[in-house]
Each structure stands twice: as C-alpha cells, then as structure tokens.
Write a protein that binds this ligand. Sequence first.
Ligand SMILES: *Cc1c(COP(=O)(O)O)cnc(C)c1O
Length: 387
Amino acid sequence: MTPIITDYYDLESFQRMKAFADTRETPFLVVDRSIIARQYDELLGAFPYAKVFYAVKANPAQEVLELLRDRGSSFDIASIYELDRVLGLGVEPHRVSYGNTIKKSRDIRYFYERGVRMFATDSEADLRNIAKAAPGSKVYVRLLTEGTQTADWPLSRKFGCQTDMALDLLVLARDLGLVPWGLSFHVGSQQRDIGAWDAAIAKVKVIFERLAEEDNIRLKMINMGGGFPANYVTRTHDLATYAEEITRFLVEDFGDDLPEIILEPGRSLVGNAGMLVSEVVLISRKSRTSLHRWIYLDVGKFSGLIETMDESIKYPVYSDKQGELEEAILAGPTCDSADILYENYRYPLPLTLAIGDRLYWFSTGAYTTSYSAIEFNGFPPLKSYYI
Ligand SMILES: *Cc1c(COP(=O)(O)O)cnc(C)c1O
C-alpha cells in the first residue's frame, strides 16, 4: 500500500498529520493548513488575472476561513448562517457574494442590510425579490451548463438557466434598477473535462455580444465557478493545465480585453489538505467461500463520506499493514443499508488488516465535515482538527 502516499500526497505533510493523528481516537478529520495556503497560492499563480471567492460550503471551519481571509480571498456564500460566520471574522461585505439562486426574500434583505451588493440569480421571481430587497445591487445570471457526464459530482441541472432566459433576466435587471453585472456558470464539481469551460465561455460570449448590440448593456464580469480538481483515485490533469487551457478559451473569445474574472473554488482549495482517520470495526465474509471481505469502519455516509454516494468520489485509502492484497467492500457503522461506501469499486486491502487497525482517507478536506449528520444512530458529527 505504501506507494499510494507519494502518489497522492506530500509525504512530509502526511507524516505531520499522522503524528498528530496517532495519539487521538478515531474517527476524525485532520487538516494541514499549509496545504490550503499552497493550493490558494497555486491557483492565483495559475490565474493571475482572477479574483477568488472561496465556496464556503466545502469546508466552513473557522481556521480555514481565517487563513483565506488573511490571504485576501473573497467568499461565495449560500445562506445567512454562512454570512454571519464570515462577517463575524471581520471580512468586509464587499468581499462576499450571495451565490445561491434559491433564497428567501427576507434572506436577501438580511444580506443587503449587512452591506452585500452582489447577488446571483437564475429566475424572474428571484430577480424581482432582489430588486425589492436589495435595490441597486449588482446581479449576475447563472447559466445552465452541460458536461455533467465528466464531472464526478455534478452541480448543474438544478441551477442556472438557458441563454434566452439569461438575456431576458439581464434586461429586466436593468429595468428594475439593478446593475446587470455579469454571468456565472459551474461546470460541475471535480470536472475532469477541461473542454466543459470552453463550451460555457462560448455561451457567455454570445450573451455579452447580444446584450451590447441589442440592449446597450455592457456586462463586466464572468464568474467561472468551481470544478477544479482535488487528487482522488480517478486522476485528472494538473491545475496548471486547467489554467492554461481555460485562459486560452477566454482569450480566444474575449481577446486581451478580459472582463473581471471570478473563480469560486471549494474542493480544489481544501480537498487535498484533509486526511480522515478511521478504525476497522469489523471484518466479515458473507459465506464460507466468499472471495471478498466486508470491512466495516467507524466512518460512513452519514459521518462525512456522503460523496461516496453512487461511488462518485473515490478517495485514496491507505493502510500501513503490509502483505498480500484482496479486494474488499467498504461500509460504514450505521443501521442503514445505504451506508455502504464502495461495493462496485473494490479497494485492494491487505489480508493482514485486522479489527482495530486504522484506514487513512486522503483528500478528504472538502465536503466531509460540512455534510456529516449530527446524530444519526447517536453517532456524533465528524470531529476535525486543523494543524
Ligand atoms: C459548490 C459551489 C462551488 C464550489 O465548487 P467546487 O467544485 O467545490 O470548487 C462554487 N460555486 C458555487 C455556486 C457552488 O455552489
């Protein structure tokens, strides 16, 4: 099992996290903040012309928010609760956008009263609510995107509208006294096909031109969402390749006169920084001649590993036991048969693995603690430590 560490991880960071983990009782997540800082710097280095709005839902821990605040990041916020948390850390409201297109009118007002002036929308009803509750604000319209086949965790179908609706909404925004500011899209989280950005940017370009020509509206901003990768079992290109290609798409469509570019990374900033530490609760075979083991752990779908749903995200898993490998089914500890982590995809794990041994889950810094249930079967939410 050893090679997987150097493959997916910074060995030094792994040793630091493991030394910290060794003295603590499982299950928990440990996050190495230096990796988040590195990912942030790498992203800005690759996209020097962009502004970063961290998608808070990926990991809303105070330690993460403070680190990104101090590095100058802005924040993509989806609820009044996330807003309170971020403003409570001293982030100025101009560094916040309300990126959720599904919101109550009174929540729009709550954001407005606290100074937020940038709102996403994708429907007429929501736009009219923004005009009333947040008069004069900047709005950007979220577009539907394709490419859900190549994203490991698609986000598109529920959000966004088609080009014709986007045109109507931006004209209506102006007529309602709002500032038609730009367009956004999200190509799907952990998007492995860089071409998905090409298609989305081409759509954006058409809308920029149509509005300028037909309605004298000059949009100023493109929000390219998240979708940038973390390191899981299914490999992707590296971030530099994403940036090179996406920059080329932008320049092809907009020349040197780029609008303001916003990125909303979640997974790619914090995913690689986390290691979830679990313990083997039970190992069994379902018949005398069965060729695979069921390995039950003290973490599962309800304690942070929800992105194993449909086996979408395949985390690199590491054991420090040695010896012959055999494929296993991995499952969580709760009394719900949905709490099977991987059944089709079989992780090869050492035959020497025993009850009480630990399994380490790499790249679990994003979408784990924030998804963990508060007491299903009485199990507490996933603990986390930030080193
Ligand atoms: C979840 C979300 C993101 C973050 O996406 P990642 O793929 O995790 O980077 C960005 N923008 C919006 C609007 C989101 O909902």
